[in-house]
Write a protein that binds this ligand. Structure first.
Ligand code: ADP
Ligand code: MG
Length: 264
């Protein structure tokens, strides 16, 4: 069975997309088979993994609207072991259509689509969520087994996190009792600034062992890699960005193995 991970935080610019495809790439180096699902109409994740989503006819929109099955929505990427369901602006329209026709009853769609045996071909399914707690994110939270919540070390909003955790509790009570928070991930950490250190301490004291040991530093190789159309571990394997995403991948694999053993 694959581990379905949603990367979520309703704030924009905290490192969700960066984490989605760099974690995918790091896990693929450990011979894990990855399906990335871009669930943001902006299509940043698709672009980062080398696919122009504006040219894609079969995207996550067609999947959610039930026009294609899972297998036909999945496409290969330039990177071995990483497949993708792309997103583009049509996803905003698909979202409105689904909200108008069925509304809340449709928060199960992605989960239903991922119950296809085709999903079992992957060790990890990573969903890159949009910056909101709306319909698309609720679909992701309903479909996922676990969550990674990136928290930017440059701007801390405890309120926003509390709101997110309240939504998680709601989803656990309604559509997905098994949903687990794998961890909060400190991102864009800059040890030279007092603010970064303070935020990291505050997050750890509030959320304790629910925070990943790995901290992703602010590292220029990460945006440079995007400009070069590759994940950071292809662009500069020895960079702090590459090494810390590899370390996150090891924590994620350890979590999945432990969970698997408990269930077996
Ligand atoms: P989100 O998906 O949450 O909106 P992104 O992953 O798109 O956030 O990141 C926002 C911006 O910050 C992007 O331009 C990205 O390149 C940059 N960024 C993300 N993580 C880092 C990092 N660790 N170091 C430097 N820049 C980063
Ligand atoms: Mg994003």
């Amino acid at each position: 069975m694959s581990e379905i991970i949603a990367i979520t935080n309703q704030k924009g610019g905290v490192g969700k997309t960066t984490t989605a495809y760099n974690l995918a790439s790091s896990l693929s180096r450990y011979n894990k088979r990855i399906l990335l699902i871009d669930l943001d109409p902006q299509g940043n994740c698709s672009q980062a993994i080398g696919i122009d989503p504006t040219l894609s006819k079969k995207t996550v929109s067609e999947l959610l609207l039930d026009n294609v099955d899972l297998k036909r929505a999945i496409r290969k990427t330039p990177f071995s072991n990483i497949s993708l369901i792309p997103a583009n602006l049509t996803l905003a329209m698909a979202e409105s259509t689904l909200m108008a026709n069925g509304g809340k009853a449709n928060v199960n769609i992605l989960k239903r689509k991922l119950s296809d045996p085709e999903a079992d071909l992957f060790d990890f399914i990573i969903i890159d969520c949009p910056p909101s707690l709306g319909f698309l994110s609720l679909n992701a939270l309903t479909a996922a087994n676990s969550l990674i919540v990136p928290v930017q070390c440059e701007y801390f909003a405890l309120d926003a996190l509390a709101q997110l955790l309240a939504t998680v509790t709601q989803v656990q009570r309604s559509t997905n009792p098994d949903l687990d928070i794998m961890g909060l991930l400190l991102t864009m950490f800059d040890p030279r600034t007092k603010l970064s250190t303070e935020i990291a301490q505050e997050v750890r004291s509030n959320f304790k062992d629910r925070v990943f040991t790995t901290v992703i530093p602010r590292n220029v190789s990460i945006p440079e890699a995007i400009a070069n159309g590759v994940p950071v571990n292809e662009y500069k394997p020895s960079s702090a960005g590459s090494l810390t995403y590899a370390s996150l991948a090891r924590e994620v694999m350890e979590y999945a193995e432990k969970k698997h053993q408990t269930k077996a």
